[in-house]
Design a protein around this ligand. Structure first.
Ligand SMILES: Nc1nc2c(ncn2[C@@H]2O[C@H](COP(=O)(O)OP(=O)(O)O)[C@@H](O)[C@H]2O)c(=O)[nH]1
Ligand SMILES: [Mg+2]
Length: 351
C-alpha cells in the first residue's frame, strides 16, 4: 500500500531568529560601505550622500522584510493536521498564529514606512539624509521589537517539528497509553521498530514516539505516549498534553495499560481514574484494556482487579507481560481486529 507520510519538519522549515540577532545584523548592514555607481553620481554630485543612505536603508528594509517573510509564510495552523496543530500550539504556548499574523502586519507597516522615508530621504539635503536614515532604522527595529515579542517561540516550534514523528494519517495507528511506569515504552519496544527509552522512573517518555509493525503489505503505526497523571486535562503539563493530543487527534485503537503488580508506581485506583480521563477524550469503544506485568502479579490480585473493571462494564481485559513477551502477539491480533471493526477496514486478513 502507498504510504502518505507527512512530516511536520517538512512543513515548518525555518531557522529561528532572535530579536537581538536581527538588530545586530540590521546595524551591521547599515554600517557597511556602499558604493554608488559613478554614472549616477556624475549627474548629481551633491546628492551622493543622499544616495548612500538611500541604498543603506533599502538593504536594511530588504533584510528585515525577508526575515519576517520567512515567518509570515509558515503554514497557518488551520492548514496543519489537527494533531500537528495541537503540538505546535503546545510548543508555542498558543502564540504560533499570532506570530505569523504579526509578521505579516509588520511587513506591511515597514513597507509603508519605507516608502515614506524613501521619498523623504530622496528629497532631503545631505545632512538631513543621514538623520532620516537613522530614524528609519530606529523605527523599523522598534516595530519588530514591539510586534514580534513572541519571536523566541520559534526555537521551540522548530525543535518540536524536528522530533515529531512523520505520520501516515490514512493508515492504522495503535496508541499505547496509561499512567507513568506501567510499561508503555517496554511494550512499544517489544512489538514495533521503535526502541523508546525504558526506565524505572516516571516521565522518561517526554514525547510522542512512533514505531511500526511490518505486516505483509502495510505498516501498522504504533505510538508510545508520555504517561498521564490522574488529573483534569486542564491541569496537565506540557508533556502530558502531547499524549492527549495524540489521543484526541489520531484515528486509532488505544491500548490502555494497567500495572496491577504490587510494586506499581501508582495505585490501581489512580490508574482507574486516569482511564476515565482517556475515556472522556476518545470514548470507551476505542479502548482496549490491558493488564501488563502479569509475570509479577498473583492470580488472586489479577482476578480482584479484573472484577473491579468488569463491574465498570469492561468485559474484556487482555493480560500480558510486555517485558517477557507473554500474550503480546495475541494482543496485536485483537487490536487490529478492533481497528477493523471501528474503521471498517480489513487488515486482520494480512496477519
Ligand atoms: N515485571 C515486569 N516489569 C515490566 C514489564 N513491562 C515493563 N516493566 C518495567 O516497568 C518499568 C517501566 O517501564 P516503561 O516501559 O518505561 O514504562 P512507561 O513509563 O509506561 O513507558 C521498567 O522498569 C520496566 O522494565 C513487565 O511486563 N513485567
Ligand atoms: Mg515510557
Amino acid at each position: 500500500m502507498h504510504s502518505r507520510q507527512q512530516c511536520l519538519s517538512d512543513l515548518i522549515k525555518i531557522t529561528p531568529i532572535a530579536y537581538d540577532v536581527l538588530r545586530r545584523e540590521t546595524l551591521n548592514i547599515f554600517s557597511q560601505r556602499v558604493t554608488i555607481p559613478r554614472s549616477i553620481i556624475r549627474g548629481n554630485p551633491d546628492k551622493s550622500r543622499v544616495f548612500i543612505y538611500l541604498l543603506k536603508c533599502e538593504r536594511v528594509y530588504q533584510y528585515i522584510a525577508t526575515s519576517l517573510g520567512h515567518i509570515a509564510r509558515l503554514p497557518k495552523i488551520e492548514e496543519l493536521h489537527s494533531f500537528y496543530a495541537e503540538l505546535i500550539n503546545i510548543a508555542s504556548e498558543n502564540m504560533y498564529s499570532k506570530l505569523i499574523r504579526n509578521a505579516s502586519i509588520s511587513i506591511k507597516i515597514l513597507t509603508n514606512l519605507w516608502s515614506k522615508y524613501r521619498k523623504a530621504i530622496l528629497n532631503s539635503e545631505p545632512v538631513e539624509a543621514k538623520r532620516l536614515a537613522q530614524e528609519f532604522i530606529g523605527r523599523s527595529l522598534s516595530i519588530v521589537k514591539r510586534k514580534l515579542r513572541m519571536i523566541n517561540i520559534l526555537n521551540n516550534v522548530v525543535k518540536t517539528a524536528k522530533i515529531t514523528p512523520c505520520i501516515d494519517f490514512a493508515n492504522p495507528i495503535i496508541i499505547v497509553s496509561g499512567m507513568p511506569q506501567v510499561g508503555k515504552s517496554t511494550l512499544v519496544g517489544k512489538i514495533s521498530s521503535a526502541k523508546p527509552l525504558v526506565s524505572p522512573y516516571p516521565f522518561t517518555t517526554k514525547n510522542v514516539i512512533l514505531g511500526h509493525i511490518d505486516l505483509k503489505h502495510i505498516k501498522i503505526q504504533v505510538i508510545d505516549t508520555p504517561g498521564l497523571l490522574d488529573r483534569d486535562i486542564n491541569e496537565m503539563n506540557e508533556i502530558e498534553r502531547k499524549a492527549v493530543a495524540a489521543l484526541k487527534h489520531l484515528n486509532s485503537v488505544t491500548l490502555y495499560l494497567f500495572d496491577p503488580s504490587p510494586g506499581a508506581y501508582y495505585t490501581f485506583k489512580r490508574q482507574l481514574n486516569s482511564l476515565k480521563t482517556v475515556e472522556q477524550l476518545i470514548g470507551r469503544e476505542k479502548i482496549i484494556i490491558v493488564f501488563n506485568k502479569i509475570d509479577s502479579v498473583s492470580k488472586e490480585h489479577l482476578l480482584e482487579y479484573e472484577n473491579i473493571l468488569k463491574l465498570q462494564g469492561y468485559n474484556e481485559i487482555i493480560m500480558i507481560s510486555a517485558l517477557h513477551g507473554i500474550n503480546v502477539e495475541e494482543l496485536i491480533k485483537k487490536t487490529i481486529k478492533k481497528y477493523d471493526e471501528l474503521y471498517n477496514t480489513d487488515y486482520s486478513k494480512l496477519l
